[in-house]
Design a protein around this ligand. Structure first.
Ligand code: TRP
Length: 347
């Protein structure tokens, strides 16, 4: 039986951070290494351009940063097809066909788009390409017959939109497109990692990120400045582990192994939380532990990154090869779509 297809992508608008790692990248590497799936990971530069048309340099520079992040967390081009959205023109034609199946009202109702339009202050001056990017995202997904889309919960309305397009297309033109399914992370702390300021989401625009490429000193300073329980003033005070960013991060990253290695007076996170709630455990001690945990994860990532930074040509070759491979699949899908619509006049 054919393997299930997993596909996901990232907009290249900056370097990737711990939120990306724990919410998505780590899981991609695990899925890749099972060998049970055909995995596609791509850099959604066209989507990034929909609200950065006047700033293409930013997208161009971020493209290579994201590629470096991919390789440094262990995405392996031998196992995963890594490609660049703009290098697959078939995606653009698929988008045009799908545009006829979606109403303006439906796009304006999309909760993700609504929020993003508000965040960017676009109002009615929203670029058409931006408003319509859910359609292009449906092209990304269907071009590769993707079954499973590992994404954060903010992307659910986009997957929903894609499913609607698949249904419309298939009911009008016959069964051509594969219906995708979102694949959400199980660990709640991982679904949306808060920023170091305790705000709901780690995001570049809020300036509250720990980047995968941050050096050791930067990570240390960021953790030391992290938001904890504002009522936990003295070490003796009982503390709250809910809405306490340091503990949310430990939920996301700490394993029992980390306790053995760095804080063996506790067997696990439950015991540490218990002590914090009771009082008598200071923030600095918990933060130092978190620094060790994060360094355990980040140090190998940094090492790989520095190798590829010295071999940038390899990174571009990898993207080019991946894009060639991906394009063949998208071409097959586009051919089926054209045949189904009946615009294959000359063959
Ligand atoms: N919208 C995604 C993001 O904001 C990027 C993306 C583009 C994507 N096309 C996709 C994700 C297809 C999953 C599947 O990061």
């Amino acid at each position: 039986m054919a393997k299930k297809v997993i596909l996901t992508g990232d907009r290249p608008t900056g370097k990737l951070h711990l939120g990306h790692y724990v919410g998505s990248l780590k899981n991609r590497v695990i899925l890749q290494n099972t060998g049970d799936y055909d995995v596609y990971v791509f850099i959604a530069d066209l989507q990034a351009l929909t609200d950065n048309a006047r700033n293409p340099e930013k997208i161009r520079n971020s493209l290579i940063e994201v590629a470096l992040d991919y390789l440094s967390v262990g995405l392996d081009p031998q196992k995963t097809t890594i490609f660049v959205q703009s290098q697959i023109p078939e995606l653009t034609e698929l988008t045009v066909h799908y545009m006829n199946l979606v109403t303006l009202a439906r796009l304006k109702r999309n909760p993700t788009i609504k929020t993003e339009i508000k965040e960017r202050g676009f109002g009615e001056a929203v670029p058409v390409g931006f408003l319509a990017y859910p359609i292009s995202q449906a092209a990304d997904i269907t071009a590769f017959n993707a079954n499973l889309i590992p994404v954060g919960d903010d992307q659910l309305p986009l997957i929903e939109q894609c499913k609607e397009i698949v249904h419309s297309f298939n009911s009008i033109y016959g069964n051509v497109l594969v219906e995708p399914e979102a694949m959400l992370s199980q660990n709640k702390a991982c679904v949306r990692l808060p920023g170091i300021d305790g705000k709901a989401k780690m995001s570049k625009s809020l300036g509250n990120c720990i980047y995968l490429s941050d050096d050791k000193e930067t990570v240390k300073n960021k953790v030391m400045s992290m938001y904890t329980d504002p009522n936990h003033v003295k070490v003796e005070d009982p503390g709250n582990v809910e809405n306490n960013t340091v503990f949310t991060y430990l939920d996301a990253f700490a394993t029992d192994e980390h306790f053995k290695k760095y804080l063996n007076e506790y067997n696990n996170l439950d015991e540490l939380k218990e002590h914090y709630r009771r009082g008598g455990l200071g923030d600095v001690k918990v933060k130092k532990f978190l620094i060790n945990v994060l360094e355990d994860i980040l140090e190998p990532i940094r090492e790989k990154r520095s190798y590829y930074e010295k071999h940038i040509d390899l990174v571009y070759d990898m993207l080019s090869e991946g894009s060639k491979k991906a394009r063949i699949v998208a071409q097959e899908t586009l051919k089926k779509v054209r045949d189904a619509i009946g615009i294959n006049y000359f063959n």
